[in-house]
Design a protein around this ligand. Structure first.
Ligand code: COA
Length: 339
């Protein structure tokens, strides 16, 4: 570990992975009482990907996304110092990051999971940049990956239409302070409203006969859609504004709005509130639905692949979701970090 000194941090490369199985709105309407028309108009989602098959887990998607990012810059995984796996659907409650570390051959990297639902990638980027800016580490891999299809009640039409599986990754590196690309962040939590979106642990009523111990298991996703909608539309614009203000920047400086891909109506309402043109919204929601911690890095990776983002563009990135958690990062994109 190096001594403390303030450096910059930048994104060197991104990668993403989606499962091959897709599920259209019409297919969902064969499972629950709904329709393509209802889902499309309320959410903007047309289809989503599901990780099907035996013994497939979030780790498989995370590895694919990580390897794609590493390949783009021909980085040897042994150069990674830290891996942060943002996920709420690990295949091991002790964490899945260490398995990703082993399977990509990043044997010099410390690896841990970060649980912050749909804000996970934003919190992962902020966490990574702290290690980089302090000079503790040089190369950090941040992965956002979720397989919420495994935690959905497929008979609940209010939730099963929304979510999909995916992974996205970004490799960050420390750099001279004048090249800093992660300009600032603004983060929030309000646990008072955690019940509005949760995968709760439910205890058995009858305890262990000798230990008075109540064991249990996790339930399916439960959500108060209206409250989550109101929360996102009211709080996300405020967070973005606070973050821009801290940098003495204005809405006019923003070239791209990259929000957690939860719902097209939320994306549009946030942009409207901020008076940001809809042409600046990065969205791929129609193809993948809400992929939780994967949604931002997946959309970012696709936008880079499509050459949407140019040198020096300012991207306002905002995540929001269960917790409740929400927050913003302002990124200045660098051409050197493309592909
Ligand atoms: N198909 C058809 N009808 C459905 C349906 C579905 N998939 N899901 C719910 N409905 C019905 C309800 O039963 C209700 O019927 P009723 O009026 O007869 O009781 C009606 O549609 C309205 O339900 P409501 O839940 O009020 O709809 P809504 O307009 O709030 O839209 C969401 C529901 C989920 C699309 C919306 O609340 C939303 O997008 N919330 C944010 C969710 C989110 O993004 N979560 C993740 C954040 S990280």
């Amino acid at each position: 570990m190096k001594s403390f000194m303030i450096q910059g941090s930048k994104i060197l490369a991104t990668g993403s992975a989606i499962p091959s199985t897709s599920l259209s709105n019409d297919q969902i309407s064969e499972i629950v009482q709904t329709s393509d028309e209802w889902i499309s108009t309320r959410t903007g989602i047309k289809e989503r990907r599901l990780l099907t098959g035996l013994n497939q887990s979030v780790i498989d998607l995370a590895i694919l996304a990580a390897n794609k990012a590493l390949d783009k810059i021909s980085m040897d995984p042994s150069n990674l110092d830290l891996i942060i796996l943002a996920t709420s659907s690990p295949n091991d409650l002790f964490g899945s990051a260490s398995q990703v570390q082993a399977k990509i051959g990043a044997l010099n990297a410390v690896a841990f999971d970060l649980t912050a639902a749909c804000s996970g990638f934003v919190l992962g980027l902020v966490t990574a940049s702290q290690f980089l800016r302090s000079g503790s580490y040089r190369n950090v891999l941040v992965i956002g990956a979720d397989v919420l299809s495994k935690w959905i009640d497929w008979s609940d039409r209010s939730t099963c239409i929304l979510f999909g599986d995916a992974a996205g990754a970004a490799i960050l590196q420390s750099c001279p302070i004048e090249d800093n690309a992660i300009l600032n962040f603004q983060l929030n939590t309000d646990g008072n409203y955690s019940d509005n979106l949760s995968i709760a642990y439910q205890e058995e009523i009858i305890p262990h006969p000798l230990l008075n111990l109540h064991q249990g298991s996790f339930k399916y996703i439960s959500m108060n859609g209206r409250e989550v909608y109101k929360f996102a539309v009211s709080q996300v614009p405020l967070s973005i504004l606070k973050c821009l203000n801290s940098l003495k920047m204005s809405i006019d400086d923003v070239d791209w709005l990259l929000l957690h891909q939860a719902n097209e109506r939320i994306l549009n309402a946030v942009a409207d509130k901020l008076c940001i043109s809809s042409s600046k919204i990065i969205t791929n929601l129609s193809k993948y639905g809400n992929t939780s911690a994967a949604s931002i890095p997946l959309a970012l990776d696709e936008a880079i692949e499509e050459n949407k983002i140019s040198n020096n563009d300012i991207i306002a990135v905002a995540g929001f979701g269960a917790g409740l958690t929400w927050g913003t990062i302002i990124i200045r994109w660098e051409s050197a970090i493309l592909k």
